[in-house]
Design a protein. Structure first.
Length: 81
C-alpha cells in the first residue's frame, strides 16, 4: 500500500442549485406596499416636498395592480377551456 492509498480525501461533489432564484416580488407584496403607502400618507409620514413623488408612485402601482387584476380572470377562463 502506498501513502496515497492510505490517505483518501473525501470526494466533494459540487451541486449547482437547481434554478438559482433571485429576489422575488409578488402581487401580494405589491398590494402590501400600496397599503403601506396609504397608511403612511394618512399618518403624515411624508414631507410636503415628497408628496408628489409618493403620489405618482402610488398611482403607477395602483394602475399596475388594476391591470394585473383585469388580466387574471381572462387567464383563468382561458386555462379552464
Amino acid at each position: 500500500m502506498t501513502k496515497e492509498d492510505q490517505v483518501q480525501e473525501p470526494q466533494v461533489q459540487e451541486q449547482a442549485p437547481a434554478a438559482e432564484q433571485g429576489p422575488e416580488l409578488t402581487i401580494n407584496d405589491l398590494n402590501a406596499l400600496k397599503s403601506i403607502i396609504d397608511v403612511a400618507s394618512q399618518r403624515g409620514a411624508f414631507k410636503p416636498n415628497e408628496m408628489m413623488t409618493v403620489g405618482q408612485t402610488y398611482s403607477k402601482l395602483e394602475a399596475f395592480l388594476g391591470a394585473v387584476a383585469q388580466s387574471q380572470p381572462a387567464q383563468g377562463s382561458a386555462q379552464g377551456a
